[in-house]
Design a protein around this ligand. Structure first.
Ligand code: HEC
Length: 266
């Protein structure tokens, strides 16, 4: 009787070995990769590679026991679940908010000693983080989040240390002409009026771009100021309802009036 049960089990264990897991890693594009994008110091990169990448990237190295069912199914399930939460090979596809949130979670998980998973460090001793490694990783994550935030601020229209940016006089003259166009017969809400204004404003925009002699930071700021207008002018040129036209006209006027808050000509 006992023998029969043992044979039965043996047959089951052998049979399940035919249900193999898929160990092919999806193709990776190095430009999407977390380490490639965030450029951590070598020490941090090596921690991430040896303690996190097996589960949280498309560069998994499967351990020997992942050849044996049912352990293999369990490993595969872990990796799938981990990649769903956080996949370093797809970092570029996360938006700014998601990136920040994932970095925050990374620091939390490491701080609480939740990651890397214990089940993993049992067989991957080198993946276990020392207290120093934990601190180094957490500090680097904090710095990276801070740097990303200040970069975001840079990309918004802002003053030059409390002072206005100096613009070339041709640009300021162009903005003045735009204001004149939008203010001209402002009560005329016919589609023809809107479309004509849109077209005229578009022409002024082209003139500003060709006459602009600004460079560096002031030029970047001017760019940030002008880009929303390009879209609004195009909208006005093609507007199809009066209601939409009125809204666009108001929006353009408000935006143009902001010019003097940020720029002045020498
Ligand atoms: C053995 C595989 C494995 C390794 C190695 C591993 N993780 Fe995970 N990780 C998982 C799994 C599975 C989940 C999802 C389930 C969970 O939260 O426990 C996860 C979830 C996470 C989450 C999301 C948590 C949440 O609640 O949303 C973060 C962040 C994370 N891991 C960071 C890391 C970091 C950083 C490392 C390396 C220091 C690491 N992991 C190493 C398997 C792993």
């Amino acid at each position: 009787m006992k023998k029969k049960i043992l044979y039965g089990l043996l047959i089951i264990v052998i049979a399940i070995q035919f249900f193999r897991i898929d160990k092919t890693n999806p193709k990776i594009n190095i430009a999407d990769d977390f380490i490639e994008i965030t450029e951590p110091p070598r020490e941090i990169a090596s921690i991430l590679k040896s303690s996190c990448y097996d589960c949280h990237s498309n560069e998994s190295n499967y351990p020997w026991y992942s050849n044996i069912a049912p352990v293999s199914w369990w490993v595969k399930h872990h990796i799938d679940e981990a990649q769903e939460e956080l996949n370093f090979s797809k970092w570029s596809t996360y938006d700014v908010k998601k990136k920040d949130h994932k970095l925050e979670e990374m620091a939390e998980e490491v701080e609480e000693g939740e990651m890397p998973l214990n089940e993993y460090t049992w067989t991957h001793a080198e993946a276990k983080l020392s207290a120093e490694q934990q601190t180094a990783l957490i500090n680097w994550i904090k710095e990276t989040r801070k740097a990303a935030k200040s970069k975001k601020k840079e990309e918004k229209l802002h003053l030059n240390d409390g002072e206005k940016w100096s613009a070339n006089s041709e640009t300021t003259a162009g903005i003045k002409r735009m204001l004149a166009i939008i203010n001209n017969e402002i009560k005329d809400v016919s589609l023809v009026a809107f479309n004509t204004k849109g077209e005229d404003l578009n022409k002024e925009m082209k003139t500003i771009f060709t006459e602009c002699t600004m460079e560096g930071k002031p030029h970047d700021q001017l760019h940030l100021f002008l880009i929303p207008l390009v879209k609004q002018f195009r909208g006005l040129k093609n507007v199809e309802t009066e209601e939409e036209g009125v809204k666009l006209q108001e929006g353009i006027l408000t935006h143009l009036n902001k010019y003097a808050d940020f720029f002045e000509s020498e």
